[in-house]
Write a protein that binds this ligand. Structure first.
Ligand code: KG4
Ligand code: ZN
Length: 349
């Protein structure tokens, strides 16, 4: 194990369209994490007009944004490069050109500052967002639902770092389902916060819409969201008045996603005798999902802790990458700048 009592980690995250840098300090003995800075430069305004992320533009923006974001993270944290224990970097999965922009920045800084690197899987980063000031004690086994723009994965963590995937989406990710619905209704990008805002506007009123809850009763822990998107398309085509009912459509569409996510997560928590259930990823920023999952764990299970990241750590950020890196540092998983390689389709192991 690295000998310093307090580890100070700079993390860089650039797997999609956010250029992010964060500094954390972590107590090697107690595992307590303090986020000293968490800086994000969002490219949403640029990609919005194309209705989604344009990889070449994202990479070019990362090249412009990353160094200023890293500088700001150091200044805000009042940390000098010489005091860093290591530099963490997202290895994948993600957009290859975006990953390269981050990795080459990390490589250059590691060389210039003579610091070791720690490679982090982006999904693992999302999972470890829950280890930053956890909302309840994390006991194992834990069942973890990761819901982002690119992934919908249900997994069991038997102990810290030991992960087993038990279910995945067979087509679209939950965040993608939000984004595609928003695009279909001409609401803009990214769809998650827009659709959930309109659903909130509709409120708790009942609706006559009956969008499907795909794979709700399938015997496995898998998901499917592309059929839901198609069902929405057919409903909109049938309804000449749909433009006046958008909040209602958003409400039922969102509830269809939430129903399936909660049902499968609770089923897994019971089957694997989980002591903790966690939610992570961009879609876990969703207020309804957060509230309904918390309520379901409380009322439909016994003695299972529910842990969810603070909103700042749900969508892509570098504090989560730094936190995952800290657990790798404890296992001495440090590499030299020469060995750093990105992998756009990196698997979770
Ligand atoms: O984790 P993330 O920032 O990036 C990926 O790793 O994909 O997740 C982005 C996704 C997008 O699909 C976005 O629409 C969704 O998270 N999202 C939300 C909300 N905020 C972001 N989905 C539902 N409700 C939200 N409030
Ligand atoms: Zn992400």
């Amino acid at each position: 194990m690295n000998k310093q009592k307090i580890a100070i980690i700079l993390a860089i995250e650039s797997s999609c369209d956010d250029s992010a840098a964060s500094i954390i300090s972590a107590d090697q003995k107690t595992g307590r994490i303090r986020v000293l800075s968490n800086i994000i430069s969002s490219q949403i305004a640029i990609h919005k007009k194309y209705g989604g992320v344009v990889p070449e533009i994202a990479a070019r923006e990362h090249v412009l944004n990353l160094l200023p974001v890293i500088n700001e993270a150091l200044i805000k944290a009042k940390v000098l490069p010489k005091n860093l224990t290591a530099i963490a970097i997202t290895k994948g999965p993600g957009l290859i050109t975006s990953l390269i922009a981050g990795a080459e920045t990390a490589r250059a800084l590691a060389f210039a500052w003579k610091k070791p690197l720690i490679e982090v899987n982006h999904i693992e980063g999302h999972i470890y967002a829950n280890f930053i000031n956890p909302t309840a004690p994390i006991k194992f086994p834990a069942v973890i639902l990761t819901v982002s723009g690119g992934h919908t994965i249900l997994l069991v963590m038997e102990k810290s770092g030991k992960i087993k995937i038990i279910g995945e989406t067979r087509d679209d990710a939950a965040g993608e389902a939000y984004d595609k619905a928003a695009k279909m209704m001409g609401l803009g990008y990214p769809g998650g916060s827009i659709v959930s805002g309109l659903a909130a506007e509709y409120g708790k009123k009942t609706t006559n819409l009956k969008l499907p809850r795909p794979m709700l009763n399938s015997p496995d822990f898998d998901f499917s969201f592309s059929g839901l998107k198609t069902a929405l398309l057919y409903e909109l085509k049938k309804d000449p008045n749909w433009k006046n009912r958008i909040p209602e459509y958003c409400s039922d569409y969102q509830q269809a996603i939430i129903d399936v996510l909660i049902h499968k997560t609770l089923k897994a928590a019971l089957k694997f005798k989980a002591k903790t259930t966690m939610l992570t990823g961009g879609v876990s920023a969703n207020n309804e999902l957060r509230a309904q999952m918390a309520e379901a764990v409380k009322t439909r299970t016994k003695n299972i802790n529910f842990v969810i990241p603070a909103k700042d750590y749900t969508t892509d950020n570098a504090a989560m990458i730094a936190t995952a890196a800290f657990y790798k540092l404890r296992k001495n998983k440090l590499i030299s700048f020469k060995r750093l390689r990105v992998n756009a389709s990196l698997e979770l192991k």
